[in-house]
Design a protein around this ligand. Structure first.
Ligand code: 5BU
Length: 269
């Protein structure tokens, strides 16, 4: 049995947030760095998908606002099945408002603060968004972690290199920021992000697909092995898994490629 501290090396030692360690432990136990982007609209199909690929993924990324007929009781089924598979819940909300509104948006209809362990946020409105989101969790006496969008995978996005650096400045050393979202379609961009971010936070990367380099409506893709090798710590995969004829086999393949890259990665920095 491999130990997370051995496999993850510098990342294990440098990350301060316990949620990062939890992610590294789960991913080591299951030998997968795949975060499933579960972008389905029905709760029944979401639950079925998680139940089938749960053993091959290390976290669950949701877009709660794309679910038809949302209600808390039904959503609880998603939360339960995620917990059963030891998955941290990651709501890709992409908060972008001023701090105090972000705090309120953590509540509201979906009450994200009550069930999400991680959320995403843009840096566009200022540094205070981080404290706003943390205050949202504090309102219900929970603690969570924020992934700041330092890069994006979509064509034509406005996140310049300078913007990436400013985003890292906001996140570095923050007890609330567990890491950054990077562009999974570009190993060069991931390498740059890793160099600038250092070793003490996670990088997770969407824009990952083994079969194709282009997706619908401007999405771009890279290979999971290349993303992890370049310094990403988790590949976010949606349609590559749920859109495949055989989601379980696909999940296993993404898991294998991501894990192989982590084990081969030098210094794990
Ligand atoms: P796909 O089906 O693997 O292309 O889904 C990608 C997911 O990652 C989807 O849920 C997006 O909202 C998410 N995503 C992304 O694709 N690119 C980004 O830059 C960010 C998030 Br941030």
């Amino acid at each position: 049995m491999m130990r997370a501290e051995d496999v993850w090396g510098a990342r294990w030692r440098s990350c301060a947030n316990p949620l990062s360690h939890k992610f590294m432990q789960v991913s080591t136990k299951k030998r997968t760095l795949v975060i499933l982007a579960a972008d389905l609209n029905s709760i029944d199909s979401l639950v079925d998908l998680i139940e089938s690929v749960g053993p091959y993924i290390s976290a669950l990324k949701t877009h709660v606002d794309i679910v038809d007929e949302f209600d808390h009781k039904k959503w609880e089924r998603v939360v339960k099945i995620a917990k059963k598979h030891d998955l941290l819940l990651f709501e890709d909300r992409k908060f972008a408002d001023i701090g105090k509104i972000s705090q309120k948006q953590m509540g509201g209809v979906y009450d994200i603060r009550a069930w999400a362990d991680f959320v995403t946020a843009h840096r566009i409105s200022g540094n205070d968004i981080v404290d706003g989101i943390a205050a949202g969790w504090a309102d219900v006496r929970r603690i969570g972690g924020i992934f700041l969008l330092a890069q994006m995978s979509s064509r034509g996005n406005l996140l310049t290199e300078q913007y990436t650096l400013e985003t890292i400045k906001t996140g570095i050393g923050s007890p609330h920021v567990v890491g950054y979202i990077g562009n999974g379609s570009s190993p060069e961009e991931i390498t740059l992000l890793r160099q600038k971010a250092g070793k003490s936070q996670l990088i997770w990367t969407p824009g990952v697909n083994i079969e194709t380099s282009e997706g619908d409506l401007g999405q771009r893709y890279g290979h999971p092995y290349d993303a992890i090798k370049a310094g990403s710590d988790g590949v976010i995969v949606g349609s590559g898994i749920y859109g495949s004829d055989d989601p379980v086999s696909s999940a296993k393949l993404y898991a294998k490629e991501s894990w192989r890259a982590l084990v081969e990665r030098e210094d794990n920095g």
